[in-house]
Design a protein around this ligand. Structure first.
Ligand code: TXA
Ligand code: MG
Length: 323
């Protein structure tokens, strides 16, 4: 199959084919409301191992397990009262919960990368949901890009990034949110946000009626223990980024935010009206679009740190960390 044949519009027939591939232990990329995922049967060790090799991802990085609903997740992980409450409030949707594995958990140990917890999420995207129902198994899926590069939000970016490493790409159009799910660890004494994402810190605290800690990303990256996925450099385009830029310098492409800067050659605006949800949806696509010759660097305007801005600034900071 060449790359073009590998992408199929996500109709019923394609979803049935994808579900069969998943059951056969193969890899399928599929759309979620956040970003495209690179999916495999989460109960199949060899299939999960194939995800790591397709992504070129370090083995210590655990995977998110996608499920239809709380009932399906509860077969594998233990739900505390707080976990139940958050699942009721935010599922299906862009929140991932890190919970203790049950003694009879059938999820591959690879998805937990040696930890006694597993990260679970019930996605809202209709194609992801149809695939989960048809496959009748939880699906482990990191973002469908090579490790360390920008997460894919249209299907074409999956094939550019992973090429032949994936057996089928279900095309469900552009992802509506465009930034990954929030990862919340509920396995310890205090709820801890391991990765800022589409559900904000404020929303979590409000729903829980309790304070939510943030893990120290730099420290976590070094120890690689509590949250191995949070290595400092991640989501990176090939060109270096210059953050907090007011205007482009010679040789720089420019990623703007807010009123006053129109798109033009080498200039894209994440959201001319200053809307953070719109900026999140555009972020990875625009970073890719500006990551081109003749530009040597991408200058990025300051983005407010409130609400979804926390997740956007987190991704930009990682993308800007030198390799
Ligand atoms: O929006 C998303 O979450 C997308 C879509 C496809 O669902 N998936 C995604 O997966 O972003 P990935 O593998 O790129 O990011 C998973 C994050 C990493 O930061 C990883 O370390 C963390 O979740 N994670 C997974 N399991 C964990 C665990 N047991 N303990 C701590 N962190 C965990
Ligand atoms: Mg990722």
């Amino acid at each position: 199959m060449n790359d073009v044949n590998r992408i199929r519009a996500a109709d019923d027939d394609a979803i049935a084919q994808a579900a069969q591939l998943i059951r056969d232990g193969r890899l399928v990329a599929f759309p979620t409301e956040t970003v495209y995922g690179l999916g495999a049967d989460a109960t199949n060790d060899r299939a999960c191992a194939a995800i790591f090799s397709a992504k070129g991802r370090p083995q210590f990085n655990p995977l998110i397990v996608h499920v239809t609903d709380t009932g399906a997740a509860a077969e594998h992980v233990t739900f505390s009262a707080a976990a139940k409450l958050l699942a009721e409030r935010f599922w299906p949707g862009p929140l991932t919960l890190v919970l203790p594995r049950r003694a009879d958990c059938r999820l591959s140990l690879l998805v937990s990368a040696g930890l006694d917890t597993a990260a679970v999420r019930s996605p809202a995207h209709p194609v992801a949901r149809a695939l989960l129902v048809a496959a009748r198994t939880p699906i482990a899926a990191p973002s469908a890009n090579r490790s360390g590069s920008v997460s894919p939000t249209p299907a074409e970016h999956v094939s550019t990034s992973l090429g032949n490493a994936v057996d089928l790409i279900l095309d469900g159009g552009a992802c509506s949110i465009g930034i990954e799910s929030t990862v919340l660890d509920l396995s310890g004494a205090q709820p801890t946000m391991l990765r800022p994402g589409a559900v904000t810190h404020t929303e979590l605290e409000k729903a829980l009626g309790q304070s939510v800690a943030r893990s120290d990303i730099a420290a976590t990256g070094q120890t690689g223990l509590a949250s191995p996925g949070l290595i400092a450099r991640h989501y990176a385009p090939n060109r270096p980024l210059r953050l907090l830029a007011i205007a482009p310098q010679p040789g720089e492409a420019f990623l703007a935010f807010g009123p006053g800067t129109d798109s033009g050659p080498g200039i894209l605006n994440l959201s001319p009206r200053g809307d953070l949800a719109e900026a999140a949806a555009n972020l990875f696509r625009m970073l890719r679009a500006l990551d081109q010759a003749p530009y040597r660097r991408i200058a990025v305007m300051p983005i407010p740190k409130t609400g979804l801005g926390e997740a956007i600034n987190d991704r930009l900071k990682r993308a800007a960390t030198p390799a």
